[in-house]
Design a protein around this ligand. Structure first.
Ligand code: HC0
Length: 574
């Protein structure tokens, strides 16, 4: 520990920490815009300036290390004036359409301007008025709102291990963008949206489909089916001031019904279906000797990573469509047939914690018998906005069930949204199927938790099967490099975002400069809600789901049947 003085108060802080962290730990809410703990310490925004005794200039607290006896002053008139001026300068070139902005009331710059009392009277610089770039189906870039904090660059490079952003040009003309300022859809971006989570303003936002979804809901000629991903039930509560990880499945069903969706289902049902298909695919590949390892296919960011960086492993990816796509395909075939609805009049909307799901829904591979599987994907944030638009406070809604049959799910399905969950669900079923009886073991703690790459072994059909789980593409790349060096695994789960889908780029964004939503702690708290859901269910294995059993009986025959392959499987080409 190191002894320092903050505003003349003696405190002990960890050696190696910076002044910003030291102050925050001791109750001083030093503002920041560019700083992200362990990810971005550029010291570029200068809003965290403090006075350090013995130093002539004000210092950026985020890059100033603590040393024995250091004396810091956080609230002198000079500090207050400087912070206010810095924010006013940022505002002087910022597109200040705050009232109509996607991040209105949830913008760190807006909050900070209010906090430091910025009024911007005299500083009317050259505002940027370039229209937002709306070229791809997942992320919109608005350069007129970029404050060049470079958090997007830091998270993409340092956390995801990709690095599509860098600063281009100089001075006022500087932009943080992909090389040659190409669109994110034209570079190796995997659409994960972690940059959207990190952006303090609305310079990066999801491509919103709110208006399109209201339009189809209002169209009486359309039967609009909504499916919500497993992660939504433990995260949307945050948008309504509920504690992180609060399970709101039943209120979610009630809210969606009140929005006017014709059928209110859950992607979790299709997660169970995925286990049936992927479990059988694994057993088939183990029997036939490959291609192994089988690698999970539900995370579209991971698929994109594989296509860009590891095309030689495309055949290892499971041919199963993701649960979201399986759901859409089944809704427009089986369910449409059951209900006597022309699939052309059915619209499937996915509510996902993920921006890459918007990309996935638009992929040419994702259609069945010439009809698109999923028509629109909206994020957790977009759904919360829509609910608020119609005056719904989610926490005050009554509990209602999802519609049947595509709304029923096992505890295993709920786990899909957490890292290791797909693997745990698959192993539960694979063990039970190969042993010919229900196996006692349900929980695989070695596949849970925050470790970047997790490994385990199970005995399947008298064979030792090596399993690996990676989350966050930086960790995924480490695992893929091990494969390239010749390490052997049989089954791998990869999720593009740290923590799995609970940490997706479409999840709630706080206005807290410490960005808790980027931390594993926050994401693990969301996952706790899913583990509790699983634990509370009688039905904890996917193959026990009676709705899934019925679909096979009525329609698909058996897993990996010709029909199942036509509807539920696909093939990627790099
Ligand atoms: Fe996921 Fe999924 S678990 S990818 O994270 O597999 O987005 O929540 O919906 O499709 O089920 C996201 C979450 C899904 C899919 C499921 C899988």
């Amino acid at each position: 520990l190191v002894n320092i003085f903050i505003n003349d108060e003696p405190v002990k802080v960890d050696k190696g920490t910076n002044v910003l962290e030291a102050c925050r730990e001791n109750g001083y809410e030093i503002p920041s815009l560019c700083y992200l703990k362990d990810l971005n310490t550029a010291g570029s925004c200068r809003v965290c300036v403090v006075e350090i005794e013995g130093s002539r200039n004000l210092q950026a607290a985020c890059v100033y290390p603590v040393t024995e006896g250091l004396r810091v002053h956080t609230n002198t008139p000079r500090v207050r004036r400087a912070r206010r001026r810095v924010v006013e300068l940022l505002l002087s070139e910022h597109n200040r359409e705050c009232t109509t902005c996607a991040r209105n009331l949830n913008c760190e710059l807006q909050t900070l301007a209010n906090k430091v009392g910025a009024r911007d009277g005299k500083l009317t610089g050259q505002h940027r008025h370039v229209p937002p770039v709306v070229k791809n189906p997942f992320i919109v870039r608005d350069y007129s709102k970029c404050i060049k904090c470079r958090r997007c660059e830091a998270i993409c490079k340092n956390k995801q291990g990709i690095g599509v952003y860098s600063p281009l040009y100089r001075g006022y003309d500087t932009v943080i963008a992909p090389a040659f300022q190409r669109d994110l859809g034209d570079v190796a971006c995997i659409a994960c949206g972690q940059c959207v989570l990190a952006c303090p303003t609305a310079s990066l936002t999801e491509r919103s489909y709110i208006d399109e979804v209201w339009k189809v809901i209002e169209d009486p000629s359309k039967h609009v089916v909504v499916q919500t991903a497993p992660a939504i039930q433990v995260s949307i509560g945050e948008e309504f001031n509920l504690p992180v990880g609060t399970v709101v499945s039943e209120k979610l069903a009630a809210g969606l019904r009140r929005m006017g969706f014709d059928s209110v289902f859950s992607t979790d049902f299709a997660a169970d279906l995925t286990i049936m298909e992927e479990g059988h695919e694994l057993l088939e590949r183990l029997d036939k000797g490959g291609p192994l390892p089988l690698i999970s296919s539900c995370s579209p960011g991971w698929i994109k990573l594989c296509e860009h960086f590891y095309p030689e492993y495309i055949d290892n990816i499971s041919t199963c469509k993701s649960p979201m796509e399986m759901f859409g395909a089944l809704a427009k075939t089986y369910y449409a047939e059951q209900q006597g609805i022309d699939p052309k009049d059915m619209v499937v909307v996915g509510v996902m914690p993920c921006t890459a799901k918007k990309f996935e829904a638009a992929r040419p591979e994702m259609e069945t018998y010439g009809i698109r599987d999923v028509d629109y994907v909206i994020t957790t944030r977009e759904l919360a906005k829509m609910l608020k638009q119609i005056d719904i406070d989610l926490k005050k809604l009554p509990d209602e069930n999802f519609d049947q049959p595509l709304g029923l799910s096992s505890g295993a399905a709920n786990l899909f949204a957490t890292s290791g969950g797909v693997m745990e669900a698959a192993i539960r079923t694979a063990l039970a199927l190969t042993e010919g009886k229900e196996m006692g073991r349900l929980e695989f703690k070695e596949l849970r938790g925050t470790e970047g790459v997790k490994e385990a072994e199970v005995e399947l059909k008298g064979k030792t099967v090596r399993l690996a789980v990676a989350h966050g593409t930086r960790n995924a790349r480490k695992l893929m490099e091990r494969l390239k060096k010749g390490e052997k695994f049989d089954f791998i789960e990869i999720m593009a975002c740290a923590g799995g889908c609970v940490g997706g780029g479409g999840q709630p964004i706080t206005n807290d400069p410490e960005k808790p939503e980027l931390t594993m702690e926050h994401r693990s708290n969301r996952a706790k809600g899913l583990f509790a859901l699983d634990l509370g269910k009688k039905m904890r294995r996917s193959h026990e789901n009676p709705a899934v059993i019925q679909v096979y009986k009525d329609y698909l025959g058996k897993p990996m049947s010709k029909k199942a392959k036509e509807i539920l499987h696909t093939k990627y080409t790099a």
